[in-house]
Ligand binder design. Structure first.
Ligand code: ZN
Length: 339
């Protein structure tokens, strides 16, 4: 164990004491895409005690360019990202407890997993999920690290409840919006740079070296050779609905009402049924086999392709409808094929 982490222990701000702290800490990672796989690998190699990963998607070929834990066989088998990530992470470091959840991180479900969590890391790709995370962090007083990237641009900020402004405080004052879509494409160094910022801040929090935290919102563009760090500590808003004097946590309410979502840059719609039940995927696959179309199945999902539409049903009844951005059409297809 000492040999394994020897180079990190030699780094004096961590040392033996910091390494022991890593071992006792539990990090929750929301998202297992580009930022998620980078953060997960770094933290698991560093020897944290426990990592919880939540992701709603499965691996596709177009992910392999930047999502570092995945290989071609994961894409071929359409493995859920949380599961494929866990498999690879266990190969990297079997001493870490990795808990993987294939689900859409809605507030009630994420809330259930927050017990004993020391830190949350944002590896999501959309505004609603980030704002939900921001509210959960405030409600349960858990630090979290915001991160986003698109094309050659990236941004990151560390939020300590009760100490720094929250993401909601910053919304009107810094350019956080517009980072939700990957239609502009993305290059992997932008991902790695955000991951580096997030992981370094995570390490400081995990060893409780609070004074070392960056305290600034950083952003950069690796192609245009621009870097900036903005001091935002004065932007804390006492009337903020997330972190102010009378918080209402608006995004915990709002996200719960979302039943459909157009996934950005993917030409896909996600449908989450209002009632929860566990689906028998075998049975669904058998029924679909009688339709004209191609059926594929693994233990986590059933995929059904008909003409230029592909529908993927997960065990919890959630579905991704690919090939359309039209919510009405997606719902129609869902009801037609999955009931
Ligand atoms: Zn706030």
């Amino acid at each position: 164990m000492t040999e394994r982490y020897s180079r990190q222990i030699l780094f004096s701000p961590i040392g033996e004491a910091g390494q022991k702290k890593f071992r006792e800490k539990h990090v929750l990672l929301l998202g297992a895409g580009a930022l998620g796989t980078g953060n997960a690998e770094a933290l698991v190699r560093a020897g944290i005690g426990r990592l919880t990963i939540i992701d709603r998607d499965y691996v596709e070929c177009s992910n392999l360019q930047r999502q570092q834990l995945y290989a071609e066989h994961d894409a071929r088998e359409r493995l859920p990202k949380a599961m494929a990530a866990k498999q690879r992470l266990m190969e990297v470091n079997s001493e870490v407890q990795v808990d993987a959840y294939v689900m859409d991180g809605i507030p009630a479900e994420v809330e259930r997993l927050l017990g004993g969590v020391d830190l949350m890391i944002d590896a999501t790709d959309n505004f609603d999920a980030r704002m939900m995370m921001n509210d959960l962090a405030q409600k349960y007083q858990i630090p979290w690290i915001y991160g986003a990237c698109v094309s050659s641009y990236g941004i990151s900020y560390t939020i300590l409840p009760g100490k720094t402004p929250c993401l909601n405080c910053l919304l009107d004052q810094v350019p956080i919006g517009g980072m939700t879509c990957d239609t502009a494409g993305i290059i992997s160094p932008a991902v790695q740079m955000v991951v580096a910022h997030q992981t370094a801040e995570a390490m400081k929090i995990l060893v409780e070296d609070w004074s070392a935290l960056r305290q600034k919102l950083v952003s950069f563009d690796l192609w245009k050779n621009q870097h900036s760090a903005i001091g935002v500590s004065v932007m804390r808003n006492e009337a903020c609905p997330s972190c102010g004097n009378n918080p209402t946590y608006p995004f915990l309410e709002y996200s719960q009402q979302m039943k459909t979502a157009v996934l950005c840059g993917r030409d896909s719609v996600q449908i989450r049924p209002s009632e929860k039940k566990v689906w028998n995927l075998e049975k669904v696959a058998k029924t679909l086999a009688k339709q004209q179309g191609e059926v594929e199945q693994n233990p986590y999902l059933v995929s059904f392709t008909k003409k230029d539409r592909r529908m993927v049903l997960f065990k919890d009844g959630r579905a991704l409808i690919h090939g359309t951005k039209d919510i009405t059409e997606a719902k129609t297809l869902y009801h037609r094929y999955f009931g």
